[in-house]
Design a protein around this ligand. Structure first.
Ligand SMILES: Nc1ncnc2c1ncn2[C@@H]1O[C@H](COP(=O)(O)OP(=O)(O)OP(=O)(O)O)[C@@H](O)[C@H]1O
Length: 498
């Protein structure tokens, strides 16, 4: 299907929205009997439905001077859309059992879980050969009898969704034609992504049906749903349980709360989730997932998950150890642009990401580079999540060697070929001080998996020199001045000549 993407028109010297070949998987709703697709969504001619625009183009273009704000739910959706496999993580899983005396089970194969053959077939059909790190420990707990409660922390892409999808599917009894498992997600689009995983996993288990409790999906008041699994957002799910009474909460045996950190960042979601939780029977299995666990998330988790087992898979630490850092002095953006053009050979030996502070700057830079005949990709906040996913996919496939962006993608995209990161603007917080965390996220991706990476910082004022010094002090790493000699060394290293 087609998606709209930002492309540069050299004749008009402008970026415009254009229809391109889609490179992302569209969200599909199975037409199998009983599966309740989201409402009011007009599928395209192929029957595909894509997530809606979250930002209005006009509104966002007015904000181009602003920094791009990172929206957690959008970031999470983007991660899901661009992910095609598990992320690499060498950290060990930490398990804290509710009963420390009970034996700790972990599995190395899906067979050990004694799953229904239809589900095992579904898993293999998805290309999963063996459980992921977190699944090794989480699945035996989730599938245990009697059921155990679980709080799990791990970063995106480690296999959480697949794990709880399997738990929900394993626990339903298809002969009972009423909802038995509920799953709450922070947004409409995230709920649909989860549904897609369940649909895929249940491909050979057609007796199990799925409903989406999302805005606008109409139900008949008082007529209990026949679907076994309901996925939705907290507000609609609460309405379906209380106002419309199409779900009998007392008959729910598994309750999943996904992305708790994103959930509590959304006004009203925490309260609605707690109200749903109160309606459930005490023996209902509670499973809660979150990528981060600051105090507020932890307090919320403790309220909804009594007597939990806890599993943590630590995020792989980002490090500057394998990255050579440089700076170059320029007085204004035009000079920075010239410096960037001088660096261009080095940038395109592998792949490079160039970070700007505002959308306007990113757009200006990408246009200037295009005018010079350099084909670059532009990724910034005015794009919809699908468009961003398409841009990242093209960059990953090396259709473009240079990606110009704002902070919208400083986390999340793993492009192994990226070996140079350029800070066209140094990252600063709202007070103008060095934003060390963002610096690490930006630069940390150029030296991944032990590979050597390079970072080039463009310093354009006394203030940005001061910011650079703050960064140096914070990480206790020298940032060297880039001169032609360094540039040659950089090119030699990038081409593997030394
Ligand atoms: N055991 C497995 N073997 C191979 N691939 C897997 C396995 N489990 C999950 N995957 C795949 O890895 C990717 C990430 O899995 P999943 O979506 O379950 O992770 P997640 O932690 O929920 O991340 P996110 O929140 O971003 O979706 C998906 O493409 C999924 O199909």
């Amino acid at each position: 299907m087609g998606v709209v993407a930002l492309v540069y028109d050299p004749n008009r010297k402008a970026w415009s929205l254009d229809l391109q070949e889609s490179t992302t998987e569209p969200i599909k709703f199975a037409k199998k009997g009983g599966r309740r697709g989201p409402p009011n969504w007009r599928p395209d001619i192929n029957g595909n439905i894509t997530a809606r625009r979250s930002v209005d183009a006009k509104q966002s273009s007015d904000n181009s001077e602003e920094r791009d704000k990172i929206n957690l739910a959008e970031q999470s959706l983007l991660n899901k859309m661009i992910r095609t496999s598990l992320v690499k993580n060498r950290n060990q899983v930490e398990v804290l059992q509710r009963d420390p005396n009970s034996p700790l089970f972990s599995v190395k194969t899906f067979e050990e879980l004694r799953l229904k053959p239809e589900l095992l077939q579904g898993i293999y059909n998805m290309g999963f050969n063996r459980p992921s790190r977190i699944q090794e420990s989480a699945l035996p707990m989730m599938l245990a009898k009697p059921p155990q409660n679980l709080i799990a922390q791990s970063q995106s892409g480690t296999g959480k969704t697949a794990a709880f999808a399997l738990a929900m599917l394993s626990h339903v009894n298809p002969a009972n034609k009423w909802p038995q498992s509920l799953c709450l997600a922070p947004t409409f689009e995230l709920a649909l992504q989860i549904g897609q995983v369940i649909e895929q996993m249940a491909k050979f288990y057609p007796d199990v049906n799925l409903a989406y409790a999302v805005r606008g999906n109409r139900v008949n008041r008082g007529v209990v749903l026949e679907e076994h699994i309901v996925i939705g957002t907290p507000g609609t799910m609460l309405d379906w349980c209380t106002k419309y009474r199409v779900i009998d909460p007392k008959k729910i045996s598994v309750f999943v709360l996904d992305e708790a950190d994103v959930m509590i960042a959304t006004q009203g979601h925490q309260d609605q989730s707690i109200r749903i939780h109160r309606l459930l029977p005490v023996e209902c299995q509670m499973l809660l997932f979150s990528a981060t666990f600051e105090d507020s998330v932890w307090k919320f988790a403790e309220r909804v998950v009594p007597d939990p087992n806890i599993i943590r898979l630590r995020r792989e630490e980002e490090t500057l150890d394998t990255i050579k850092q440089f700076y170059t002095i320029c007085t204004e953006k035009e000079e920075k642009f010239i410096a960037l053009c001088n660096l261009y050979v080095a940038l395109t030996i592998a792949q490079a990401i160039v970070f700007c502070q505002t959308r306007k700057m990113a757009m200006w830079l990408a246009s200037k580079l295009n005018e010079q005949g350099h084909q670059v990709a532009l990724l910034s906040g005015e794009l919809t999540v699908e468009q961003r996913a398409a841009v990242i996919k093209r960059f990953r496939d090396a259709n473009e060697k240079v990606l110009v962006t704002t902070n919208v993608c400083s986390r999340g995209i793993d492009v192994e070929q990226v070996s140079v990161v350029v800070n066209f603007d140094l990252p600063v917080d709202l007070d103008g001080n060095a934003d060390n965390e963002t610096y690490l996220h930006r630069i940390g991706r150029s030296g991944r998996f032990g590979k050597r990476g390079f970072a080039v910082n463009m310093v354009d004022s006394d203030h940005s020199m001061e910011v650079l010094r703050q960064i140096e002090m914070h990480f206790n790493r020298k940032i060297m001045k880039l001169d032609t000699e360094n540039l040659e060394e950089m090119e030699r290293q990038l081409t593997g000549q030394i």
